[in-house]
Design a protein around this ligand. Structure first.
Ligand SMILES: NC(=O)c1ccc[n+]([C@@H]2O[C@H](COP(=O)([O-])OP(=O)(O)OC[C@H]3O[C@@H](n4cnc5c(N)ncnc54)[C@H](O)[C@@H]3O)[C@@H](O)[C@H]2O)c1
Length: 334
């Protein structure tokens, strides 16, 4: 049995607990949360030992894997402690709250040899996988460019519920670090590595409530000449479907939940998301369990997980470059 523990028992931990429970050869051995109420609820729900300090948990329970599902500013320190103890780490996005902290996690993973994975689960969405395969097949010709939007709604109550999400020191950013990071990651993964970032971020509506941005626009120049654009805001009245369009010489690939491929000869093909993508939080993507299973599947192989620290650093770097332009004096809590 692989021994797993979860550090940070808030909203997203539910998906991690569910994935752990769905794997017969993985056993949840402990939970950790600094909030006494959350800790008590998690120990009661899962019937395992509870700790308010991750180091003491690691020393006492010797988990093989820890899932880090805490606020952003806690990611790096906890991941580094676990990696140094030889524990594999599955880290929620982002890699870290700042560039410097992200680099420290990457270094710790390289030094320890333990497995590090970062939850960019949207890469496992069925239509996204199909888009990636089509692009890599070369059948559609070179990629000319792409565009993406995240038009979601987050109001004052969302931040009042979890004040860390609105602050530079605890979240390291807003729309881009918390919500749109998945979509920026898809752009750089689908279209290719980025060599130049131009963009801006601003707090357009929620400035009396939050420090971090609620709106951003970005232009990415990819190695090889393709260019992609991104626009996102948390001031839309609803959580609209994320859009990603990739334009190649032979087709336009449109991701709107489903993938629609419109070929230049007029043919149209559609790849639907699996039924598991439905539900009230379908806009998160439904692929956490697929990513988590994949991470565990490679434990002991000696191979790095394909979405490791260096891979997650690419998207963190894009976002931090936008912040450097728009919020050069932000506190980074480094
Ligand atoms: N992959 C996704 O689609 C997705 C979706 C939502 C959230 N997330 C990520 O999950 C993480 C958590 O987000 P959330 O919305 O669940 O937040 P949350 O506030 O609901 O939960 C965080 C929990 O961590 C606990 N915590 C804080 N510091 C801690 C520490 N040092 N040690 C142990 N526990 C600590 C808090 O008490 C809280 O219970 C963030 O990184 C967020 O970006 C990812």
């Amino acid at each position: 049995m692989t021994r797993a523990a979860v550090i940070g028992c808030g909203d997203i931990s539910a998906l991690h607990f569910a994935a752990i429970e769905a794997m017969p050869d993985v056993e949840l051995v402990a939970v950790c949360d600094t909030d006494p109420g959350r800790l008590e609820a998690a120990t009661a729900a899962h019937g395992v030992a509870g700790f308010d300090d991750h180091q003491r948990m690691i020393e006492a329970e010797h988990p093989d894997v820890v899932h880090v599902t805490t606020p952003h500013a806690e990611h790096a320190a906890i991941a580094i402690d676990a990696l140094r103890a030889g524990v594999d780490v599955l880290l929620e996005k982002p890699l870290a709250h700042s560039r410097g902290a992200g680099a420290r996690v990457v270094d710790a993973a390289a030094e320890s040899g333990a497995r590090l994975g970062v939850c960019f689960q949207n890469r496992y969405n069925t239509p996204v996988v199909a888009a990636k395969q089509l692009l890599e097949s070369g059948a559609l010709g070179p990629v000319l460019g792409a565009n993406a939007t995240v038009m979601w709604h987050r109001d004052a109550a969302y931040y009042a519920d979890r004040p860390w999400r609105g602050r530079w020191r605890s979240a390291g950013g807003g729309l881009l670090m918390n919500q749109a990071i998945h979509t920026v990651d898809l752009l750089q993964w689908l279209v290719g590595d980025v060599e130049r970032v131009r963009g801006g971020a601003a707090t357009r509506v929620l400035g009396e409530v939050i420090e971090v941005e609620d709106t951003a626009d970005i232009v990415l120049d990819h190695v090889g000449g393709a260019q992609s654009t991104f626009f996102g805001t948390l001031n839309n009245p609803v959580n609209a479907p994320v859009t990603v369009d990739v334009v190649t010489e032979g087709a336009v690939l449109s991701l709107r939940g489903a993938l629609t491929v419109t070929y230049t000869d007029g043919r149209v093909e559609t790849v639907e998301e699996d039924a598991s993508a439905s539900g009230p939080r379908a806009y998160w993507g439904a692929s956490h369990e697929r990513l988590i299973r994949d991470f565990y599947g490679g434990i002991g192989s000696g191979e790095p997980f394909w979405i490791d620290g260096r891979e997650a650093q690419k998207t963190l770097d894009i976002i931090q470059t936008v912040y450097d332009a728009s919020f050069p004096a932000r506190p980074t809590n480094d």
